[in-house]
Design a protein around this ligand. Structure first.
Ligand SMILES: [Fe+2]
Length: 210
């Protein structure tokens, strides 16, 4: 057999782009909010608000609008989803203090999740995604061997300051330990759709408010 081809079956869509935002100003707004906000969760230096609707705050409307632009582009142009509108079910800031990390998790009650990297000091931790096929990987790769999308169980995307990443909410991820002496700041959000979706003809019709 001289030639062969390999197809990627059922790939997981992962979107990244750059945001047009004043990141330094956003950093100040987050730190101000964190200083005065009550009811913050603190899990060993990983700090995030409870039930926060960050995008419901007027001072974060620029971030909301920018995030929505990317969300709708991803869902309509890449995933080809047909829906009336999207909305942010939750939106919040994360502060990873030195020494903190965030355990492996996913985001229920959400279709698309996203993160915007506001600050990312050197060695302050990485967002790591776990392959849903991780348990199916038969041969463990040796250290230093070349990773491919078919053999790697973990993916760490480009996460430069000013980038946005969007992914299906069911995809498990974690944040590695912040080994720097500075805080790492991100904004995260969950997205759902609203309006009329599906069809009564196929028994999939659903009307969602938002
Ligand atoms: Fe998360």
């Amino acid at each position: 057999m001289k030639n062969f081809e390999v197809n990627s079956l059922f790939p997981v869509p992962f979107y990244t782009s750059e945001v047009e935002l004043d990141l330094e100003d956003i950093r100040k707004r987050i730190e101000k909010l964190a200083r005065y906000q009550e009811g913050l969760n603190d899990s060993n230096g990983y700090i995030y608000p409870k039930n926060e609707q960050l995008f419901g705050r007027k001072e974060f409307s620029d971030v909301k609008n920018e995030a929505k632009k990317h969300v709708d582009r991803f869902m309509r142009e890449v995933l080809k989803y047909d829906y009336d509108d999207s909305f942010f079910a939750c939106s919040w800031f994360n502060i990873n203090e030195p020494g903190s990390h965030h355990h492996r998790h996913y985001h229920p009650n959400s279709i698309i999740s996203g993160v915007i990297f506001i600050t990312n000091p050197h060695n302050s931790g990485h967002l790591l995604f776990n392959s849903p096929h991780q348990r199916d990987i038969i041969l463990e790769q040796k250290k230093g061997s070349v990773d491919t999308p078919f053999s790697s169980g973990i993916f760490s995307p480009r996460q430069e300051v000013g980038c946005i990443a969007l992914f299906p909410s069911w995809l498990e991820h974690a944040v590695s330990k912040n080994l720097s002496d500075e805080n790492r700041l991100t904004i995260a959000f969950n997205v759902f759709v609203k309006g009329h979706i599906g069809s009564s003809h196929t028994l999939t019709y659903c009307e969602v408010g938002g």
